[in-house]
Design a protein around this ligand. Structure first.
Ligand code: ACM
Ligand code: ZN
Length: 535
């Protein structure tokens, strides 16, 4: 009897160890993940049962993603829950991004507070399946009980498509990568000195003039004097933008378009020189950096242009937030411009910093009247900001801290932790990293160590809405390179965004080596450094 008990105990331990090994694999780390005995046999005949019509599209996206992993596509049916199936259901007692995932020998049950939450449960299941031993006949996925919800409401990834442009399919792939990590915001940086990338029907010249530069700098900015002599550019048509918005929406990702003002506007000024203080001529920039040529804040025609552009932007992007830039706007032109100086006088402004506040607040008011809200880079704090603006802290966390202390909402995207255009190892030359930005590297561990609440008391912490990685593309011209910069650092950011308070770098590292298998199966490119033990 004693021996029998021992054998039973040993079998139970082995089963639990198996379950722990295969179930405790999810990135970002779930709130709770309890391994239970047994496993579910996932076969090509397993069906996905959507208990509500609204869950069918969510199941379809999952089935298509999982096909790449399994080699076969599971059928999605609108039906009541069934034993032996993957069952999707809603429960209004759960928060809108909260889900439970239960795997037993009898089936899989994913229940969410919304369709979005069910989608997150499915991403967890996808990771568990990819971590299991997959065979053509079927896959044994270990039993587990997961209860999960994110800490931060805003978990973002930004892509600059201006310094280099990417195809619609590549942008969708970027969104796929965000979705796997339960990121829910895609910040799409669409206008710049080096190229205007969104079709505006009222201003077709933006697509012909502003969208193209004559050539591109080769090598390091300020060091190199070499140019490639090749015209470069392109624009996303409104149909393409709509396609991307729909694609993101099916993956529960809101898109925040960024229309930069008053700086980073040379592409617009080249198209319409009267929008600048001097009247030009201007040339779409062929190198990187900060241009002194910015929108004139004195001329009414500037605001007319911006409002007309935003009118079309609002029709394309349904999400409440619009990013209106605000960073790196030198005051030199405004200081010399009679229109800008007259505006300062007429409006009773103290200086050019307040002129920028006038600019941003005027555009914000226009957007507020249309039911939208703004996000701006932390420079918008300089001359004072309205209560309703959300600050994206990029020059470290100090701007975000100051904004939270003022009672403004904040997204933490400090360059010191979240700029994934920066090098990713401590010795880029020795490790063979491609040319990148940043004096100090943002290693995976550095990114992981971000504490978005640091320096804030409990009340002020409430204003920190979330975190974001930013990928500027001065030195990133191919989509493989985009992914090399994005992965695996996006995973670290996702864990701060989703699992804040439940982070553990050693355990994250263990799970990343497992998630890598899914990256491989999906054909996602990732930087090798961390996986090779280099940071
Ligand atoms: C920025 O990196 N200039 C926002
Ligand atoms: Zn001016």
């Amino acid at each position: 009897m004693k021996r029998l008990l021992l054998v039973i105990f040993a079998i139970a331990c082995a089963a639990t160890a198996y379950a722990v090994e295969y179930a405790n694999v999810i990135v970002p780390r779930p709130l709770s993940c309890e391994a239970i005995e047994g496993s579910f046999a996932l076969t090509p005949k397993t069906t996905i049962r959507a208990t509500l019509p609204s869950l069918v599209p969510t199941g379809e996206v999952f089935a298509a993603d999982l096909e790449v992993v399994l080699g076969n596509k599971l059928v999605v049916k609108k039906s009541s829950a069934k034993k032996g199936a993957i069952n999707l259901a809603l429960n209004s007692a759960l928060a809108s991004e909260e889900y439970t995932l239960k795997i037993t020998a009898d089936g899989v049950w994913i229940t969410g507070g919304s369709e979005r939450a069910v989608f997150y449960g499915l991403q967890s299941l996808r990771q568990i399946v990819a971590a299991s031993d997959i065979t053509a006949a079927g896959t044994k996925i270990s039993a587990v009980n997961i209860a999960d919800k994110p800490h931060f409401a805003y978990r973002g990834g930004m892509l600059d498509v201006c310094r280099h442009i990417f195809t619609v399919d590549e942008v969708k792939r970027y969104i796929d990568i965000l979705a796997l990590h339960k990121i829910n915001k895609f910040h799409w940086h669409l206008t710049e000195d080096q190229g205007w990338r969104i079709e505006i029907k009222r201003y077709p010249e933006l697509s012909e003039v502003g969208a193209y530069r004559n050539q591109t700098l080769i090598g390091r900015n300020r060091k190199s004097k070499l140019y490639d002599g090749t015209r470069y550019g392109g624009v996303f048509t409104q149909d393409e933008v709509r396609e991307v918005v729909a694609y993101a929406s099916a993956r529960y990702i809101d898109i925040i378009p960024e229309i930069e003002m008053p700086g980073h506007a040379v592409a617009a000024l080249t198209t319409y020189p009267h929008l600048g203080c001097t009247g030009g001529p201007y040339e779409v920039w062929t190198r990187w950096g900060i241009s002194e040529n910015i929108f004139c804040a004195g001329k009414e025609s500037t605001f007319e242009f911006i409002e007309n552009v935003l009118t079309e932007v609002l029709e394309l992007f349904p999400y409440k937030y619009i990013h209106i830039g605000g960073d790196e706007a030198p005051r030199a032109m405004w200081k010399q411009c009679p229109h800008c100086q007259k505006r300062i006088k007429d409006e009773g402004l103290r200086d050019e910093h307040q002129l920028q506040s006038y600019f941003m607040e005027r555009v914000e008011r226009w957007l507020n009247e249309r039911g939208r809200s703004i996000i701006g880079w932390d420079e918008i704090l300089q001359g004072g900001i309205s209560k309703s603006a959300t600050v994206m802290s990029w020059r470290g966390t100090k701007g975000g801290i100051a904004a939270a202390k003022l009672g403004n909402d904040v997204i933490m995207a400090p360059n010191t932790y979240c700029y994934i255009d920066y090098y990713q190892t401590s010795d880029p030359a020795a490790n063979g990293e491609p040319l990148a930005n940043g004096r100090r590297p943002v290693t995976l561990a550095k990114n992981y160590s971000l504490d978005p609440y640091a320096g804030l008391d409990e009340h002020q912490q409430k204003f920190i809405k979330g975190v974001q990685v930013n990928l500027w593309t001065e030195y990133v011209s191919t989509f493989d390179h985009v992914q090399h910069m994005l992965l695996p650092r996006l995973a670290a950011l996702a864990e701060t965004g989703w699992s804040y308070g439940n982070k553990d770098y050693a355990d994250f590292s263990r799970r990343m080596h497992i998630l890598r298998k899914l990256y491989d199966k999906q054909g996602f490119v990732y930087a090798p450094y961390f996986f090779n033990g280099i940071e």
